[in-house]
Design a binder for this molecule. Structure first.
Ligand code: GLU
Ligand code: MG
Length: 453
């Protein structure tokens, strides 16, 4: 018997005249891939899923098959969609999409499934008495492709400039309309510091929906720009001499019913509760390892430099834009509702399920151990002396993907949360990327990150 959500998805597909429905998964390399079913078989495919070779979770972002035991040419899993995510795609004719879980042939969550990993962390937080709401704050760079095949920024406008609004007006309007048509509420827009760079933020949602939205957001931005003859790069550092693209994670903890923001305490420092600080302290404590999940591409480490407002140290502070975690000032009309923390050390090359799942696991560990984040940082942490940073327990992030992966491999909490198969396949895929890019030059790195996420 089809579930009500499945029935609704099929009816919606029929009403909208959809022909192909994409089943989207995001792999260990952070790339969203999928297979589509014809609408005729949609109902049965929702129940059965679409087959996928197990090898795809050993594939890196260069389509190189890395050596993960058990992920070779033999073996299948099923991409089983979550019909609640059914979305008619405003940027592709007669097409719709759903995000999927990877399941074994007998229907269990596959141990290498990133979305199931996030679900497990959500359940662990629920068992500890809270749910997490989150939003990825997207930045991206609009570019044109020249006759020689090289990308150039759309414009040379300065930060927040109305000239930048003018050059990007038509495409931004279409992107906003497309997000709205998919039920994704846009919050703010402005041209950012980098040439051709845009920031477009969306409303927060419960963690699983926030990760699903990041998938739909990336798809939408890239596809709508393409229809305008433009390339939208969500890569962390698409142009080496320009500001990088962050995908900061705003997060807050709520009670089980989602009505009370448990991060908020009017008597707490900067309005943050004890629970909020424990969670933040857990994230900071695990950050050198967590970075392997939130900033997981070779290109990510070109972005995470001091003085670029991307964060480069494990510091936190109120409205400190060089802190790994910023406590944003709240708004007078809704102090409780607008209380949140912002992890700046995240970018859109991250698989959003792995990034958010890792964030939840790290934060939950801080809650369980009642960790404290120490003193807030009120200046750019890069401007402290080494001794001052040491006294404040502020450390520089790993400066390469390889270093971050070593931290992850040594982090017992995050490794246990991922589970052996997901951890092993992720580390192997990412080490494969590191090795491949290490042999090549910067131009190769940019080319292969520019239009992938
Ligand atoms: N573009 C900056 C980054 O790489 C963020 C700038 C800001 O929004 O404060 O994260
Ligand atoms: Mg920004």
């Amino acid at each position: 018997m089809p579930t009500p959500a499945a029935r609704r998805a099929v009816a919606q597909a029929r009403r909208a005249g959809v022909r192909l429905v994409r089943f989207l998964y995001t792999d260990n390399g952070g790339v969203t891939r999928g297979k589509a079913t014809h609408v005729e078989s949609l109902a049965s495919r929702i129940a059965d899923g679409i087959g996928l070779t197990v090898a795809m979770q050993a594939m890196n972002m260069l389509d190189q098959l890395t050596p993960v035991e058990g992920m070779g040419p033999v073996g299948e899993i099923r991409l089983v969609p979550d019909p609640g995510t059914f979305t008619v795609l405003p940027y592709a004719p007669h097409a719709a999409a759903m995000t999927v879980d990877m399941r074994t042939l007998d229907g269990a969550a596959w141990e290498a499934c990133p979305r199931s990993f996030l679900k497990r962390q959500i359940a662990a937080c629920a068992a500890a008495g809270f749910m997490v709401r989150a939003a990825f704050e997207g930045e991206f760079t609009l570019a044109v492709k020249g006759a020689d095949g090289a990308f150039a920024p759309l414009d040379q406008s300065v930060c927040f400039s109305t000239v930048g609004m003018t050059t990007a007006a038509a495409v931004m309007d279409d992107i906003v309309a497309a997000l709205e048509a998919q039920g994704i509420q846009v919050e703010q827009y402005y041209p950012e510091l980098g040439h051709g760079q845009q920031e477009l933020s969306i409303r927060h949602a419960p963690a699983l929906a926030a990760a699903d939205r990041q998938v739909f957001y990336r798809e939408t931005v890239r596809a709508v720009a393409y229809r305008h003859g433009l390339y939208a790069s969500l890569a962390p550092k698409p142009f080496v001499d320009q500001a990088g693209n962050g995908s900061h994670v705003h997060f807050s903890l709520w009670d089980a019913g989602g009505r009370r923001n448990l991060t908020h305490d009017p008597r707490g420092r900067y309005g943050i509760s004890a629970l909020g600080y424990h969670f933040i302290a857990g994230v900071l404590d695990h950050l050198p390892a967590l970075l392997a999940l939130t900033c997981p591409s070779v290109n990510s480490y070109r972005r995470l430099q001091p003085h670029f407002w991307s964060s480069a140290y494990t510091a936190w502070g109120p409205d400190n834009r060089e802190g790994a975690i910023r406590i944003p000032s709240t708004f007078a009309s809704d102090r409780a509702g607008s209380t949140n923390a912002e992890l700046k050390a995240c970018d859109a090359s991250a698989n959003p399920y792995l990034a958010l799942g890792g964030l939840l696991a790290a934060g939950l560990d801080g809650v369980k151990r009642k960790l404290e984040p120490g003193e807030p940082t009120m200046i750019d942490p890069a401007n402290y002396s080494d001794a001052e940073r040491a006294a404040r327990r502020i450390v520089r992030f790993p400066t390469t993907l390889a270093e971050a992966l070593d931290h992850l491999a040594a982090d017992r909490v995050l490794m246990a949360a991922l589970g052996p198969l997901l951890a092993r396949s992720f580390l192997t895929v990412k080490r494969g990327e590191w090795q491949a890019f290490s042999k090549e030059d910067t131009a190769f790195e940019i080319k292969h990150h520019f239009w992938k996420f």
